[in-house]
Write a protein that binds this ligand. Structure first.
Ligand code: NAD
Length: 479
């Protein structure tokens, strides 16, 4: 029986690895040490990679149906433990319990949904002389590196496709949120063959060691664009395959015909869900000048109703920020807006209490070159920006190094679709808040990424092509 609230161990070669060092995991709601997690030593990293390498040929040689069954069973084991995993997630990450439950269930469902995606053999040429077929084969050992905002769901977007296509995996969660991933590793020991899924944890030094490791064949990384650039350098010497899912500065464009109250609530959650710590959260809100004041007022009214607190308390809709560095970044952005004389639409006082609590902060039309508009904030602070003409709004939205996602809001769906088609982002939501389908490709344009997660294309990222050219002319008889 797994005890979800004690004994956090790494899974290497299907077993609990000895703890040779440790890192502290803090509860962001009170800044107290919640638990300690193992710090993987370089030798243990080698062991995890060796175990993955040894397990690879047999796992790759299994039938697709067998691998599907194992991944489905892992998804079911997660679904069977939603409550304890969610509690653990809230304690290490800070999000309210209802959101933690959604994340755990989404991981279980994601793994099960991914088993339905197929990469069939493609017949390229078929005639009397030869047949040419293209098939997808696994890459080898995958290093999966995950951030702290959705420690489980984002791991699922990597681990599921990697395993289903026949790769073995070394999964590394963020040092801020390793506990749930370690427990998933523990659940997997009974389900996934030894060495196929290894889960390791450690401090800041572990990520670079993993990405540069000579016996890893592919890195799948989700995190900030700044770290993504370092990962790109880290993999260069070994020419590893690479997927990078990076940062964003998503713009929402609101046309003047929207229903104000309805849209204000939708926009609020598109920006402030998970306390703004969502890669595809709305981070710049462009509002047509005809409705700017009433929509801003409706957003402020909505924000006042939201209960902020410890994610374990009933009725809390927003928890603390997830960790001290992120809290520091948000406080610095609030201070920068004060220093530059921006107008605050909400009270921006920092609560005098333990925990990384920041106020919901709405800013009134700060300049386009201000930090809060130009940078990815990843927290509960949102600039409201006034525009006159749609062409101007689109140009300002696209004037950005990032290209992750964006949204368009209008009663006129056709018009909204036309505007959406002009956005330079991998995903555009039209009258819809954030949604990731297991079956749809998710790709960051510009400096938001490199490669795809999700759907058939996301699955392909864990494979390489192999072409079979078969001669049809009969071999001469023996002797
Ligand atoms: P981060 O880049 O600091 O860390 C991400 C992971 O990389 C962590 O596990 C970390 O330990 C590891 N790491 C750190 N330095 C490394 C290095 N030099 N080499 C290899 N690994 C290293 O990001 P974060 O602060 O954990 O997450 C927030 C960022 O992630 C935001 O920018 C957000 O937009 C982005 N994000 C992107 C997506 C997406 O799908 N595009 C999803 C979620 C979050």
């Amino acid at each position: 029986m797994t005890d979800f609230f004690a004994n956090y161990t790494m899974t290497i070669n299907g077993q609990a690895a000895p703890e040779l060092g440790s890192i502290e995991v803090l509860n962001p709601a009170n800044e107290a040490v919640y638990a300690s997690a193992p710090a993987c030593t370089p030798a243990q990293l080698d062991e995890a990679v060796d175990a993955a390498r040894r397990a690879f040929p047999q796992w790759a040689g299994q039938s697709r149906e067998y691998r599907r069954q194992r991944v489905k069973a892992l998804g079911q084991a997660i679904m069977d433990h939603v409550e304890p995993l969610a509690q653990l997630l809230t304690h290490e990450q800070g999000k309210p319990m209802f959101e933690s439950k959604i994340e755990v269930m989404s991981l279980g469902r994601l793994l099960q949904a991914q088993t339905k995606i197929d990469l069939p053999v493609q017949v390229i040429e078929e005639n009397d002389t030869r047949s040419v077929e293209s098939r997808r084969v696994p890459i080898g050992v995958v290093g999966a590196v995950v951030p702290w905002n959705f420690p489980l769901l984002l791991a699922g977007f990597k681990v599921g496709p990697a395993l289903l296509t026949g790769n073995s995996v070394v999964l590394k969660p963020s040092p801020f949120t390793p506990l749930t991933a370690l427990k998933i590793g523990e659940l997997a020991r009974e389900i996934i063959p030894a060495g196929v899924l290894n889960v390791i944890s450690g401090g800041d030094e572990l990520g670079p060691l993993l990405t540069a490791h000579p016996n890893i064949d592919k890195i799948s990384f989700t995190g900030s664009t700044a770290t993504g650039r370092r990962v790109l350098e880290g993999v260069a010497s070994t020419l590893k395959r690479l997927t990078l899912e990076l940062g964003g500065n998503d713009a929402a464009i609101v046309l003047p015909d929207v229903d104000i109250t309805h849209t204000a609530a939708k926009l609020f959650w598109s920006a402030f869900g998970n306390n703004g710590q969502i890669c595809i959260a709305t981070k710049r809100l462009y509002i047509h000048r005809d409705i700017y004041e009433p929509l801003a007022e409706a957003m402020v009214t909505y924000a006042r109703r939201i209960k902020i607190g410890d994610g374990c308390e009933d009725g809390v809709r927003l928890g603390p920020l997830s960790n001290r560095p992120q809290y520091g970044r948000i406080l610095a952005l609030i201070q920068d807006s004060h220093d530059n004389g921006h107008t605050f639409l909400t009270d921006s006082e920092i609560p005098d209490r333990l925990g990384y609590f920041a106020p919901i902060t709405l800013l009134d039309n700060p300049p386009d070159n201000s930090r809060i508009v130009a940078e990815e904030q990843f927290g509960p602070i949102l600039p409201l920006l006034k525009y006159d003409e749609i062409d101007e709004a689109v140009a300002r939205a696209n004037d950005c190094i990032y290209g992750l996602a964006g949204s368009v809001w209008s009663r006129d769906e056709q018009r909204a679709v036309e505007v959406a088609a002009r956005m330079h982002t991998g995903t555009v939501f039209i009258n819809h808040d954030q949604y990731l389908s297991p079956f749809a490709p998710f790709e960051g344009h510009k400096q938001s990424g490199f490669g795809v997660e999700g759907g058939v294309e996301g699955m392909m990222e864990y494979t390489q092509s192999q072409t079979f050219v078969r001669g049809k002319t009969a071999q001469p008889a023996a002797g």
